[in-house]
Design a protein around this ligand. Structure first.
Ligand code: NAD
Ligand code: UFG
Length: 343
């Protein structure tokens, strides 16, 4: 790829790791983000990792003029589209904000791409589109459903992309359904820095490890799983980032279908209790925890069948659970104040 790739949401957790992977693969990149859930200091960290010079545009994907200006300045080869809001609980409280940001935002981006005749896009979808799966591991052909406005927004974007491809097959579209991304870059310079109380398991564990929170609450131990706690398919964010590079390459290849929908996961189930035990063992830091009631809306198990990603993208995960725990802890312990930590 000689022309640049636009990364929307590129200062966020997954976007920043993907920016690094693409840049290190020699792909020129431009990042656009409105910084509603990320720090501009991510750009300094990327520079320290050798991603320099790097063009950053602070703008909202719903700002058509900003997008047109940007597309006029660069002959983008494609877009990796991460920009979106992702907190499930918040989406239930603020459905219109989520639908506007995620759905109107994606439509605005696709329209700008159409105007600029840039028709290659990799879209961040989620295993949430499978709802409460009847069968695990989950294949891409499983029924799709939305159980909250966040999930609805992902499903609506997926539908828009499918409609777009059937209307104009010149579009090359990869819909990537992520399972549970965790971990951080091995340097400890990039990682996940949620605002406020973390919703997700791994950042909560790392904050307990650091002493910023008293104890992890394990949401239920009466699920139909081997130890009763919820089972998920955690994958290392660097493996996930590699999946985006693989998808971009596949979208350029003549022997690959140009509407790709693939799961990105390991296929391995890990329970909450196993995650707590592995983190404590690998890092030598005990994680205080207590079992509380189930979290409303949680499912017992969510696991990918990752075989299609292997077949279509030649992608599979390389980094295991211990590495996820070690890298997440290195990031958190080096950055107790997230990206505001002076390094
Ligand atoms: P993140 O919040 O760290 O990154 C998203 C970025 O998008 C942020 O930097 C935010 O400032 C930016 N953004 C949001 N709305 C924007 C807008 N209207 N215009 C411009 N920028 C905007 O989240 P993440 O974990 O990196 O997730 C990236 C994508 O992957 C999201 O679309 C998310 O829904 C999806 N996803 C995440 C997970 C997960 O567990 N992290 C799982 C499945 C799917
Ligand atoms: N958990 C706890 N305590 C916590 C946080 C989580 O016990 O403090 C448990 C949950 O009950 C679940 C597991 O840890 O069993 C993982 O929870 P996360 O919140 O980290 O992840 P989820 O699988 O619930 O949610 C993720 C994304 C959502 C997405 C969903 C389905 O965060 O955006 O996957 O794809 F919708």
């Amino acid at each position: 790829m000689t022309q640049p790739i636009l990364i929307t949401g590129g200062t966020g957790f997954i976007g920043s790791h993907t920016a690094l992977v693409l840049a290190q693969a020699g792909v020129p990149i431009v990042i656009l983000d409105n910084l509603c859930n990320s720090s501009p200091k991510v750009l300094d960290r990327l520079a320290r990792l050798g991603v320099t010079p790097l063009e950053f545009v602070q703008a909202d994907i719903r700002d058509a003029q900003a997008l047109d200006d940007l597309f006029a300045r660069h002959a983008f080869e494609g877009v990796v589209h991460f920009a979106g809001l992702k907190a499930v609980g918040e989406s239930v409280a603020q459905p219109l904000r989520y639908l506007d940001n995620n759905v109107s935002g994606t439509l605005s981006l696709l329209q700008a791409m159409e105007r600029a005749q840039v028709r290659r896009v990799v879209f961040s979808s989620s295993a949430t589109v499978y709802g409460d799966p009847a069968v695990v591991p989950i294949a891409e052909s499983a029924p799709l459903t939305a159980t909250n406005p966040y999930g609805r927004s992902k499903l609506m974007c997926e539908d828009a992309l499918r409609e777009l491809h059937s209307a104009d097959p010149r579009w090359r579209i990869a819909i990537l359904r992520y399972f549970n991304p965790v971990g951080a870059h091995e340097s400890g310079l990039l990682g996940e820095a949620p605002n406020g109380i973390p919703n997700n398991l791994m950042p909560y564990i790392t904050q307990v490890a650091l002493g910023q929170r008293d104890a992890l609450q394990i949401f239920g131990n009466d699920y139909a799983t081997p130890d009763g706690t919820g089972v998920r398919d955690y994958l290392h964010v660097m493996d996930l980032a590699q999946g985006h590079l693989a998808a971009l390459k596949a979208l350029g290849a003549s022997d690959t279908p140009q509407l790709l929908t693939v799961n990105l996961g390991t296929g391995q189930g890990v329970s909450v209790q196993q995650m707590v035990d592995t983190f404590a063992h690998v890092n030598g830091v005990p994680i205080a925890h207590r079992v509380v009631a189930r979290r409303p809306g949680d499912v017992a198990q969510c696991l990918a069948d990752p075989s299609l990603a292997k077949a279509l993208l030649n992608w599979q995960t390389e980094l295991g659970l211990e590495r996820m725990c070690a890298d997440a802890w290195r990031w958190q312990s080096m950055n107790p104040q997230g990206f505001d930590t002076p390094l």
